[in-house]
Design a protein. Structure first.
Length: 225
């Protein structure tokens, strides 16, 4: 006699106090299901926005993240990638070279491997335990600004300082001509906000390692009084 196949059991949640069958709630899919998650490092290390990255350089970083390059080596061929990024192979090649110089992108393998991974100190996708192992295995260097980043940071700091000085002069004139007026108060408030932004721009340049000229150092000293 053939063995009869038992019917599949249906499991339910039961309230042990009342005996009531409680309907099981369907699990709501998490936004990250199936896609992992990406952590971007921040803090004392050099922030990406201060590195004066080009559009193609940002695009290469995004493409690497989309292809799983946060936790895995990815082959990156400029000729293949260029059409996706609406760019040219030479521009993509230059972007990859600069990202490597900045240590945002690490080459995995030999010079001709064409395989890269995002620096796990800055980008990561996966568990914390795997993150620690990846950092230990790759021994990734800290992100380092290049001459282009330093020049851009100094230029931004100088422009912000000049704007702050001009705003302060306008506030002084307004207070002298119309003391206590709403216009004088508004002009002074604008000057204070502009000065705070300028100090931040100078601090960013200094944190990158740029050599501040005397004019900027004097601006910070005057603003701190």
């Amino acid at each position: 006699m053939a063995a009869t196949r038992s019917a599949a059991r249906r499991l339910e949640l039961v309230d042990l106090t009342t005996g009531e069958v409680v309907e099981r709630k369907q699990r709501v899919p998490h936004a990250f299901d199936g896609k992992g998650y990406t952590i971007e490092g921040h803090g004392a290390e050099v922030p990406n926005f201060s590195l004066n990255l080009s559009g193609t350089e940002w695009d290469v970083l995004d493409l690497m993240k989309q292809r799983g390059g946060c936790a895995n080596p990815i082959r990156l061929e400029p000729a293949e990638v260029a059409p996706l990024l609406c760019s040219t192979p030479n521009t993509v090649k230059a972007a990859v070279a600069r990202l490597m110089k900045l240590n945002l992108l690490l080459r995995i393998g030999g010079q001709r491997s064409g395989t890269y991974q995002l620096n796990p100190r800055r980008f990561w996708e996966g568990s914390g335990e795997a993150h620690v192992k990846a950092c230990a295995r790759l021994d990734p260097p800290a992100v380092a600004p290049d001459a282009k980043a330093l020049t851009a940071a100094l230029k931004a700091a100088q422009k912000a300082a000049d704007t702050a000085r001009a705003a302060a002069e306008s506030a002084d004139e307004a207070e002298e001509l119309m003391p206590g007026s709403k216009l004088a108060e508004k002009t002074r408030s604008t000057a204070d906000a502009t000065q705070a932004s300028a100090i931040l721009a100078v601090q960013i340049a200094a944190n990158l390692g740029a050599q501040l000229p005397m004019q900027l150092r004097r601006f910070v000293q005057e603003a701190s009084k």
